[in-house]
Write a protein that binds this ligand. Structure first.
Ligand code: ATP
Ligand code: MG
Length: 224
C-alpha cells in the first residue's frame, strides 16, 4: 500500500458551530490503481483529498504513506515527502501566468534540485499529450483544456507515486473532459501511476478501478 488512511475524521469550527465533514474514513491505495470519488457539493471530497495529500491534517485518525506515519514528521520532512510522493491537479489549473507551459511543468522539479534531464522529461511529457508546439506559450495563450493538460504534466514531473486530482474536469466542456479522461487512463497505464480523482462527472467516475461516494461523511464503494 502506498497510502493507508484509518478512521479519518475532520471537523471544522465555524464560530460557535462545529461542522463534522468526515466521519471515520478508512481508505487504502495500492500501486497503479485509479480511484474516483463522487459526492454532492459540500460532502467533503476536497477536504478528504487535502488530507490524503497531507495539505491538511485530520481532526482524528491516522495517515501512513509508504508505511510512514506522517503525524510523526516535522513540517520540513513532510513537505519533502509530499514533494517526492504526491502530485496535485486542481480544478483551476493554478498555472503561473508569468511562466511558459514548459517552465510551469518544471516548477515542482525546481524544489529538489538534484535531478538532471528534467527538461527532457518535460518535453517528452508535452509530446505525450501533443502539446510540443505549445511549449513556449504562456497560460493566457492556452485554452482551458490545454492548461489542464499542462497542469497534469506538472503533477507528473517528479514521478510521484500518487496523483491527486480535485475535480479536474469541473471547468471543461465534454470534448476537453473526454480528452483529460483519456490522459488519466494513459498515465495510469503507461506510468503505473496511482490516481485519486474527485468528480461530479459520471464519465470520470467510471474510469475508477474502485469508485466511491462520500455519503454523510463516510466513504461508500459504488462498484465491486
Ligand atoms: N477551512 C474550512 N473551514 C470551515 N469549513 C470548511 C473549511 N473547508 C471546508 N469546509 C466545509 O466543509 C464542507 C466540505 O467541503 P469540501 O470543500 O470538502 O466539499 P466538496 O465535496 O469538495 O464540495 P465541492 O463539490 O463543491 O467541491 C463544506 O460544508 C465546507 O463549507
Ligand atoms: Mg471540492
Amino acid at each position: 500500500m502506498i497510502l493507508k488512511a484509518e478512521n479519518i475524521t475532520k471537523s471544522f469550527s465555524n464560530g460557535q458551530r462545529i461542522l463534522t465533514v468526515l466521519r471515520g474514513i478508512d481508505f487504502e491505495l495500492p500501486e497503479g490503481e485509479i480511484v474516483t470519488i463522487m459526492g454532492p457539493s459540500g460532502s467533503g471530497k476536497s477536504t478528504l483529498l487535502n488530507i490524503l495529500g497531507t495539505l491538511d491534517k485530520p481532526t482524528a485518525g491516522d495517515l501512513k504513506i509508504n508505511d510512514l506515519d506522517i503525524s510523526r514528521l516535522r513540517d520540513r520532512e513532510l513537505a519533502d515527502l509530499r514533494n517526492r510522493t504526491i502530485g496535485f491537479v486542481f480544478q483551476f489549473h493554478h498555472l503561473l501566468p508569468e511562466f511558459s507551459a514548459l517552465e510551469n511543468i518544471l516548477i515542482p522539479s525546481l524544489i529538489p534540485r538534484k535531478n538532471s534531464n528534467l527538461a527532457d522529461r518535460a518535453l517528452e511529457l508535452l509530446d505525450y499529450v501533443g502539446l510540443t508546439e505549445w511549449k513556449d506559450h504562456y497560460p493566457s495563450e492556452l485554452s482551458g483544456g490545454e492548461k489542464l493538460r499542462v497542469a497534469v504534466l506538472r503533477s507528473l514531473i517528479n514521478r510521484p507515486q500518487i496523483v491527486l486530482a480535485d475535480e479536474p474536469t469541473g471547468n471543461l466542456d465534454m470534448a476537453n473532459a473526454s480528452n483529460l479522461i483519456q490522459l488519466f487512463i494513459g498515465i495510469n497505464r503507461d506510468f503505473k501511476q496511482s490516481l485519486v480523482i474527485t468528480t461530479h462527472n459520471p464519465e470520470v467516475a467510471d474510469i475508477g478501478h474502485r469508485q466511491f461516494e462520500i455519503v454523510a461523511g463516510k466513504l461508500i464503494q459504488r462498484n465491486s
